[in-house]
Design a binder for this molecule. Structure first.
Ligand code: KIV
Length: 267
């Protein structure tokens, strides 16, 4: 599709029963590939804290780092909807903080929407950001910024009470005006129920096939990031092996004097 994707397209896709595709990207080169390959939306996720920076959680990521990476992605993007994560503590303390940081991210980076983790606990912040005319994507289930409160990266919504809370949060978020909700790390039947009850689209990651769309971390699905591979990740390529082999060949050829050849040399 050669048309610019907007938050309105997301709703149109759900209405038409057309699945929505989303991938993360954090830099110009990858975003160019992802965008030209035709993904509907690019997420500058705070997963960059783990994938790009090597932290063991997303918690250390700052607003300025999200802005830096979003700017790199925006320069490469053609038609995808650009969504940037609001990092940990950029919206938790106050409504004012939430609006100021969401505004800073969209104003300085070119993001077209922000993603905020949480339900009722952050509903006032989400409403205020939407009132400031910044589209918000919700994020429920295994919300990685709650890793310490959850006691690890654990599937959520397995017990009735927890599942009920996630469903109630989803309905609250829809009422507040979010344009879509990421459902992460929840059982498939719960994701199905939420997707059927909501009029706005759900984008799943580790939430089964009944969501209105899917999102994956690009380095995971390309087989580049092998520190751990969650059950929900499908590796569509083995770039780790391809890159390792290429680097080994380069090292060998330089050491043997086989590179550079005539054709790589200025006369
Ligand atoms: O930070 C991120 O990349 C995310 C996705 C995994 C949904 O939130």
């Amino acid at each position: 599709m050669n048309q610019k994707i907007t938050v309105k397209s997301f709703q149109q896709f759900k209405n038409e029963g057309r699945k929505i595709t989303m991938l993360t990207a954090y830099d110009y080169s990858m975003a160019k590939i992802v965008s030209e390959a035709g993904v509907d939306s690019i997420l500058i996720g705070d997963s960059l804290g783990m994938i790009m920076q090597g932290h063991n959680s997303t918690l250390p990521v700052t607003v300025d780092e999200i802005i830096y990476h979003t700017k790199c992605v925006v320069r490469a993007n053609k038609n995808a909807l650009i969504v940037s994560d609001m990092p940990f503590l950029s919206y938790h303390v106050s409504v004012e903080d939430a609006v100021r940081n969401a505004g800073k991210i969209t104003k300085e980076s070119g993001a077209e929407a922000v993603k905020i983790e949480g339900g009722k606990n952050v509903i006032n912040q989400i409403k205020a950001v939407i009132d400031a005319q910044i589209p918000v994507m919700g994020h429920l289930g295994l919300t990685p910024q709650s890793v310490n409160a959850f006691g690890g990266f654990k599937v959520q919504g397995r017990d009735t009470e927890n599942a009920k809370r996630i469903l109630e949060d989803a309905l609250e978020l829809e009422k507040a005006g979010v344009f879509a909700i990421t459902l992460e790390g929840i059982p498939e039947p719960l994701a199905k129920e939420i997707s059927e009850k909501l009029t706005i689209p759900t984008i799943g990651i580790g939430a089964g096939k009944h969501c209105d769309g899917q999102v994956l971390v690009v380095n995971d699905m390309l087989g580049m990031f092998n520190d751990f591979v969650p059950k929900f990740v499908k590796q569509y390529a083995d770039l780790n092996t391809i890159i390792t082999d290429a680097v080994k060949s380069y090292v060998n050829e330089v050491q043997n004097g086989d590179f550079p050849e005539e054709k790589h040399t200025y006369k």
